[in-house]
Design a protein. Structure first.
Lengths: 215, 428
């Protein structure tokens, strides 16, 4: 453990499993529902959020002593907006088609509750290195769920993965389609993401009953 | 060794083990349990869950039998044309018709029960509770509300989804928010829309015939099996009226989902359920009222000249308001789905609201969304979600009413009349 102490490693690992921003804290659901119909969009969204959260947490952490507490939300918004615009411009320049698919949702990273939540709860009280790890960890936890949901929705809904027809051609009836299989149109529409996330939450909590909230 | 002793031995062998619920379920399904109460005297009603479910199934049997014959009747009529002088014995209750129905509907029924009960058994074993009878009705409802040519694997996928997401995640029978049969229908509709809507799915092999025509076959007749609502959604009431008479619609000799067409038999089933006190007459009556009110409003809109024949809503809006009850799945939904005691409203006043909005919204969805010419399942699912809210406000309303009464209540002292009058005057 030369690179990371155990405590630091937990900053990254916890959000991946037992403190996942989506399945445990139930934050950032909107984008998880909206853009996970395709795996590629999920992956790009995950990378964008990792970038924004990692850097954003560092910037906020560095400025934490000079931000007046009264206007801290505005400062946080400016930081995250700057980073999001960078992501948006990069996507427009190098992956135009994809940025059209993601549409407003890249811009809406600004309103992603996970980001503001981590700024408030962690970066304002911890040093830059820890904040960086925390940001990366939470963004990874978010991204992993996005990718799992995107995987199932694209596979079952369109019969493709990253655009490659893995199940055969639905029009020419090759591969699995020759047996009468058909794509599940339900998986394309956003409610399906809600159900897939729900199933993930269910599976996770039944594997680890300690996570079940009391009510 | 008889089956009974075999089952009993098995039950003893697995007592307290993981598979116990599954064995117990088979045992109680086949035989009356021999457990007796050991202490005290207890009055027991005979109308347990099993009796309730069986009564609903009995009310559904005529519909199922009719649909078996109707499947063949629609199939042969699509090929040869509808018979000129229709006679029930000669054209409808024939072996040919029944055979088509049996080979198409029996597999649907088998898949529905088979898959559904497997899921129920798995959950009972995992969770360690007894297998509940909840699926008995769902299992027979499902084949009746899908198109006849629904592929069996699609039905199986939908049943797994419906039972797990619609029921088991909420805690099983009696805890579900949504009607499982309708959850299954909704899943099929949104997952495989080409198999669940349009004019090629309601009659056996209609899809194959239309594909053959497209491919250039000339020996196939081009009659498709459009439903009545489908005709109306295309503003084609004349073609519909030429093909189906009012009595066809009422007695169910029309294409549609397997068992939704025979309004007459559904009506009998509904009366049976009302008199056996299984289903709520309040829900049925208010749902009928709701659909009539909405239908009347649409008729009125046409009468006022706000909607003309050029409008895409004209066909359905101009449809006489009471006829909405005898086409599509409205009657079936009202009698067998809306009255589900678990997912419906529980309070008597709530049932009026719940039922009324089911009828009201069903007709509204029918008219305004030609993509969903059959809105009944959506309306019922929506009201399923709102049923607890309705109940909450009914109960709150009652509490508030009584609180008000309590505030106005005056305790009148017995010995002093004048003091009492004074006190009363003050509070009034």
């Amino acid at each position: 453990m030369a690179l990371l102490t155990k405590k630091d490693a937990n900053l990254i690992l916890d959000p991946l499993t037992d403190n996942n921003p989506i399945t445990i804290q139930v934050l950032g659901i909107c984008s998880a529902l909206a853009i996970t119909a395709e795996l590629e969009a999920s992956i790009v969204m995950a990378i964008s959020v990792i970038f924004v959260m990692g850097l954003g947490n560092v910037v906020i952490s560095l400025m934490r002593d000079i931000i007046p507490s009264k206007i801290r939300i505005i400062v946080q918004l400016i930081v995250v907006a700057t980073l999001v615009i960078i992501v948006d411009q990069v996507l427009k320049a190098y992956a135009y088609e994809l940025s059209k698919t993601l549409g407003a949702f890249i811009g809406l990273i600004i309103t992603n509750c996970i980001i503001m939540g981590r700024f408030e709860a962690f970066a304002l009280a911890n040093g830059p290195w820890k904040s960086f790890l925390d940001g990366i960890g939470n963004a990874l936890g978010y991204g992993i769920i996005l990718i799992i949901v995107g995987f199932f929705r694209e596979l079952l809904g369109s019969g493709t993965l990253l655009g490659y027809p893995v199940l055969g051609d639905p029009i020419m009836k090759t591969g699995l389609y020759a047996t009468g299989y058909e794509n599940n149109g339900f998986m394309i529409i956003p409610p399906a993401a809600l159900i897939v996330v729900g199933i993930l939450i269910w599976v996770q909590r039944s594997r680890n009953p300690a996570l079940i909230e009391e009510n | 060794m008889s089956l009974k002793t075999t089952m009993h031995d098995l039950k003893m062998k697995y007592k307290g083990k993981k598979m116990a619920p599954a064995i117990n379920a088979f045992h109680t399904f086949l035989f009356t349990p021999d457990e007796t109460t050991h202490s005290g005297s207890h009055v027991r009603g005979a109308d347990d869950l099993k009796r309730t479910m069986n009564t609903v199934i009995m009310a559904l049997v005529p519909v199922l039998l009719f649909s078996v014959f109707n499947a063949g009747y629609q199939h042969f009529s699509a090929i040869n044309g509808f018979p000129e002088n229709f006679s029930l014995m000669e054209h409808f209750l024939t072996w040919d018709n029944a055979w088509i129905g049996i080979i198409k509907i029996l597999p649907l029924l088998a898949v529905s029960y088979g898959v559904g009960l497997i899921v129920e058994f798995i959950f009972a074993v995992i969770k360690g509770h007894e297998v509940e009878e909840g699926y008995l009705v769902t299992g027979i409802l499902v084949p009746l509300i899908v198109p006849i040519d629904t592929p069996l694997w699609m039905l199986a996928v939908a049943v797994v989804f419906g039972v797990v997401i619609g029921k088991e995640v909420f805690g099983g029978t009696g805890m579900n928010i949504l009607n499982p049969a309708l959850t299954i229908r909704a899943f099929l509709f949104f997952a495989y829309p080409t198999w669940m809507s349009g004019d090629k799915v309601w009659v056996h092999e209609a899809r194959e015939r239309s594909e053959a025509i497209l491919a250039g076959a000339t020996n196939v007749d081009a009659i498709s099996g459009e439903t009545i609502l489908g005709y109306l959604a295309q503003n084609n009431e004349a073609a519909m009226a030429a093909k189906y008479s009012l009595s066809d619609m009422f007695f169910g000799f029309i294409p549609g989902s397997v068992g939704e067409t025979p309004t007459f038999l559904i009506l009998l089933g509904g009366l049976f359920l009302i008199f056996s006190k299984i289903a709520s007459w309040r829900i049925m009556l208010s749902a009928v009222l709701g659909s009539l009110v909405m239908g009347l409003m649409f008729n009125q809109v046409v009468e006022m000249g706000w909607v003309t024949e050029t409008s895409k809503f004209y066909g359905l809006m101009n449809f006489d308001f009471w006829k909405h009850l005898i086409v599509g799945g409205l009657a079936f939904g009202i009698v067998y789905m809306a009255t589900d005691p678990v997912t419906g409203a529980q309070t008597n006043r709530g049932k009026w609201f719940y039922g009324f909005f089911i009828g009201f919204l069903s007709v509204m969805i029918r008219v305004f969304n030609p993509a969903y010419p059959e809105g009944v399942f959506l309306a019922i699912l929506l009201m399923n979600v709102f049923a607890p809210t309705i109940d909450h406000y009914v109960v709150r309303g009652n509490v508030n009413k009584r609180l008000k009464r309590l505030k106005n209540a005056v305790v009148i002292p017995k010995d002093s009349d004048s003091a009492a009058k004074e006190l009363k005057a003050e509070t009034v």
